[in-house]
Design a protein around this ligand. Structure first.
Ligand code: PEP
Length: 260
């Protein structure tokens, strides 16, 4: 999908829709809700558990919906038990892969070097990586947020072909604002804009204005239909990454149409 001039809503289902019954229920409700919803020029990118990707692609027939995965490996095939490759995702109709999510760093010990290798392979396959960067609660307390984001960008984007940088979507996702981490508040508009400006400045310095202006920068962390216009303030942010709210089809569609 061509994302130019579009706001993005990326749905990260995580390890939810935890049974065939739950997945069928979500799909049928989403299809019904989508038929009733107003037209949108925004792009919805659904990233279900990889085991359901094929079924999502086959059943959701919409000009404004694209599909992706929540992770992949850094090789295309071989003896890597349990892993899925960018080529597999692509062959099922996926166009995007979320990389570097803090939950994978925390529970699976993913490093920035691993995310860098994954990013290179995803780009080689012609898919777009959606790369999460952001500080955790302790780093925020120590006032290290911006420094952490810069370190992550430097390591994750190291050695990436300049000509492919514009295919990357960057997501500022402060770990402390993710709903599963029970945040007691959302970032302020200033905090979100501060991170966005830092990322933009990094891109301009590394790759020049022309490339930098084509990289989409989105926000992630407890976004829902009530706060969407606060966390995705027009026209500065290019969209949102949504976790919990994507489990309710009507809510997800409300988020997409609120960005109209
Ligand atoms: C996430 O973890 O990527 C996320 C956006 O989650 P939530 O919206 O539930 O905070």
């Amino acid at each position: 999908m061509n994302l130019e001039n579009k706001k993005l809503v990326v749905a990260n289902f995580k390890m939810n829709l935890a049974s065939k019954t739950e997945k069928d229920y979500w799909l049928s409700n989403f299809i019904k809700a989508e038929k009733k919803s107003e037209a949108t020029k925004n792009a919805l990118i659904l990233c279900p558990p990889a085991i359901f990707l094929d079924e999502f692609v086959k059943n959701i027939n919409s000009k404004t919906t694209s599909f992706g995965a929540q992770n992949c490996f850094w090789e295309d095939k071989g003896s890597f038990t349990g892993e899925i490759s960018p080529e597999m995702i692509k062959s099922l109709g996926g166009e995007f892969v979320i990389l570097g999510h803090s939950e994978r760093k925390r529970f699976l010990k993913e490093t920035n070097e691993m995310i860098n290798s994954k990013t290179k392979r995803v780009l080689k396959s012609g898919l777009s990586p959606i790369i999460c960067v952001g500080e955790n609660a302790e780093e925020k307390r120590n006032d290290q947020g911006l420094e952490i984001i810069l370190n992550q960008l430097n390591s994750i984007l190291e050695g990436i072909n300049r000509g492919l940088i514009n295919k990357i979507i960057l997501c500022y996702e402060p770990v402390w604002a993710i709903s599963a981490n029970k945040p007691d508040h959302l970032p302020t508009i200033n905090e979100i804009m501060g991170a966005k400006l830092l990322i933009k400045k990094f891109l301009v310095e590394e790759y020049g204005v022309n490339i930098a202006k084509r990289v989409k920068i989105i926000y992630g962390g407890s976004a829902d239909s009530k706060n969407i216009n606060q966390v995705c303030l027009e026209p500065e942010m290019d969209g949102v990454l949504v976790g919990k709210a994507s489990l309710i089809p009507n809510e997800l569609i409300k988020i997409v149409t609120s960005l109209n």
